[in-house]
Design a protein around this ligand. Structure first.
Ligand code: ADP
Ligand code: MG
Length: 602
């Protein structure tokens, strides 16, 4: 009996499609590349519901004749590759002839297209890879592809898609990769009928500036170098534009977007000491290189590229960027104050340095503890009182009420029951007190964080937090994706006491929560956006995160001076829901036990 069977063609296409079409953004990438390859100068992309309902791309390129309009949906149908030598000489985008077959296998596609000189065009419709209809059509020269109900026939895949805004962010990335590489093409992107980008045909610099938003042109500087191996040109963000998240980092090789962590390291290194730790420079760098000198992984969804002479390219890139940083005066002068701070007075220099006889572990930090991961330390007040009026989607909060109340832990430090009598001394970061079992340490900032968090959450559950109007409103220009991230949460932010408006891409904050110190307002707002950027958060988690961030930012600006303030802090701390952990799960209190203390003096 025969056991091995050939897969029916529609099934094998579906499986192959899984590789090419991972999410709506993959469709956008493939269709855009096809439009570019067809020599289009104007392309319009319209998206509905994160691409799950509709991805429509129209272009004014060559179009297809009747026969091609049908054949293009077959696997390995391509007009771009006819010999194996071509594979190494490729300068077009697509070449495997797989994209359209894959897309058609997992969606409902309408293709309307007409070539130059033909009186009429053709409209073909495919569903799940099957031809449904075919008719003549009067239409403009070029191609319109409408991909509807992606993954309609693979529910598991459809359910796997993320929220519309996250899917749209991926689409935007794909769109930008093409837009940056082809500034000579005019490109429009609509999302749910709202314009997101409307980019006129221009040059690299103007396109990049336009994408960066208001004042974009002042934020970048050019690089350029030409050698036998490779020619490099592009624009980088000035050091002050470096960001905590890795947005806006683009490498292109022969106008194809790629990722390469080795070359990314070269850029990062060029900016060494110019940008704060853990921030990432913005860059748009274009390499022109002979196609046979690089290996484009021909897997359609992979974006890695390997170069034959990667090491040389690394050093070339590094030196090109450093040169430009120097040329445009973006290098700081040496920080002499910092250097001299370590100079010893001359009288000390004559003394031989004595090795200390007491060895203390310098890395010892009594507050280091494994952070309790993702464990919720919400105030029970939220459970008791519910949220104040005016909060959107009450049902969203329901789940939140179900957070189990933290058991009230019995106080493990008996002496603290009489803490009022305990004398605390301040030592900057910590408050110290001698207790019978040892030395008690309280991390001042973390204690403050806990107190501020509990206070504001008590208030928040009853009514919106008090807001104070700012004498000088704070302005910040937002990027498009930041705008989209923030929009669904405006009601929540208002509930917290932020008063702001957004015009175009300009955010103006005119009021802020009373508990926030002026200087922390923007930091806190930005921290919130970073959180939104990182994951799809539930509203209730966001409330906790925002409050915790606010408490952390405010705590920085408090100064604990005299004894009565210390005492007050300690009293307030012990009235909190949890005086052991800060809202961001860091240890507030620690005891160095007598036995351990004696170790230090041995
Ligand atoms: P590939 O791009 O790898 O050739 P695709 O499946 O993406 O494979 O496309 C198949 C063929 O359909 C292309 O080679 C091209 O001839 C034709 N095609 C696709 N999109 C367009 C378009 N927008 N305009 C003109 N021709 C197109
Ligand atoms: Mg293609």
């Amino acid at each position: 009996m025969q056991v091995i069977k050939r897969l029916p063609i529609h099934l094998s296409n579906q499986i192959a499609a899984g590789e090419v079409v991972q999410r709506p953004a993959s469709v956008v990438k493939e269709l855009l590349e096809n439009s570019i390859d067809a020599g289009s100068t104007e392309i319009v992309v319209s998206i509905k519901d994160g691409g799950r309902t509709l991805i429509s791309i129209s272009d004014n390129g060559t179009g297809m004749n009747e026969q091609d309009a049908l054949v293009c949906f077959e696997r390995y149908a391509t007009s771009k590759l006819s010999s194996i030598d071509d594979l190494f000489q490729l300068r077009t985008m697509g070449f495997r002839g797989e994209a359209l077959a894959s897309i058609a296998a997992v969606s409902q596609v309408d293709l309307k297209t007409r070539i130059q000189g033909a009186a009429t065009g053709i409209h073909v419709r495919f569903e799940g890879g099957n031809l449904i209809s075919q008719e003549e059509l009067i239409c403009a020269k070029g191609t319109l592809m409408e991909v509807k109900n992606l993954f309609f026939n693979i529910p598991a895949r459809r359910n796997f898609l993320k929220s519309d805004s996250i899917e749209f962010n991926h689409i935007e990335d794909a769109f930008l990769c093409v837009a940056l590489a082809h500034p000579e093409v005019s490109l429009v992107l609509h999302n749910n009928n709202q314009p997101v980008y409307n980019l006129d045909a221009s040059n690299f610099k103007r396109r990049i500036s336009e994408i960066l938003g208001k004042g974009g042109a002042d934020k970048i500087f050019p690089i350029s170098s030409d050698t036998d191996i490779v020619s490099i040109h592009g624009f980088l963000g000035k050091p002050e534009t470096a960001k905590k998240t890795r947005g806006n980092q683009f490498f292109f090789a022969n106008r194809r977007f790629f990722k390469n962590s080795y070359l990314n390291h070269a850029v990062q290194r060029a900016f060494e000491n110019l940008i704060p730790d853990k921030t990432h420079p913005v860059y748009f760098i274009f390499f022109d290189i002979k196609p046979e000198k690089m290996d484009v992984n021909i897997h359609p969804t992979k974006t890695e590229i390997k170069f034959e002479e990667e090491r040389s390219i690394y050093s070339l890139l590094l030196s090109t960027i450093r040169q430009s940083l120097g040329k445009y005066n973006l290098m700081p002068s040496l920080d002499f104050e910092l250097e001299t701070a370590f100079d010893l007075p001359s009288s000390f220099r004559q003394h031989p340095v004595q090795e200390p006889t007491i060895l203390v572990d310098p890395s010892f930090n009594p507050f280091n503890s494994e952070k309790k991961s993702r464990e919720k330390t919400f105030s029970p007040a939220i459970k008791k009182e519910g949220f104040g009026s005016g909060v959107p989607n009450t049902s969203d909060w329901k789940e939140f009420y179900q957070v189990t109340e933290e058991p009230v832990t019995s106080n493990p430090i008996p002496e603290l029951n009489t803490h009022v009598a305990t004398e605390f001394i301040g030592s900057g970061k910590y408050l110290l007190a001698k207790i019978s079992s040892g030395l008690l340490l309280i991390d001042t900032k973390r204690a403050l964080e806990r107190i501020l968090y509990d206070e504001s959450i008590e208030a928040f559950v009853k009514h919106p937090l008090n807001s104070q109007m700012l004498l000088f409103p704070i302005e910040k220009s937002l990027e498009k994706h930041e705008l989209r991230l923030i929009q669904p949460h405006t009601a929540l932010l208002e509930q917290f006491g932020f008063k702001f408006e957004i015009q175009d891409t300009l955010l103006t904050i005119s009021g802020a929560p009373e508990i926030l110190h002026d200087e922390g307002i923007l930091t806190c707002f930005e921290a919130f956006m970073n959180r939104l950027e990182m994951e799809d958060q539930q509203q209730q988690d966001l409330a906790h995160i925002l409050l915790a961030d606010m408490a952390k930012t405010s705590a920085k600006y408090y100064q604990i001076g005299n004894k009565s303030e210390m005492q007050q802090l300690v009293d307030q701390l012990f009235r909190c829901s949890d005086h052991h952990l800060s809202p961001s799960h860091e240890k507030i209190i620690s005891i160095v036990r007598n036995e351990d203390l004696t170790q230090f003096l041995k």
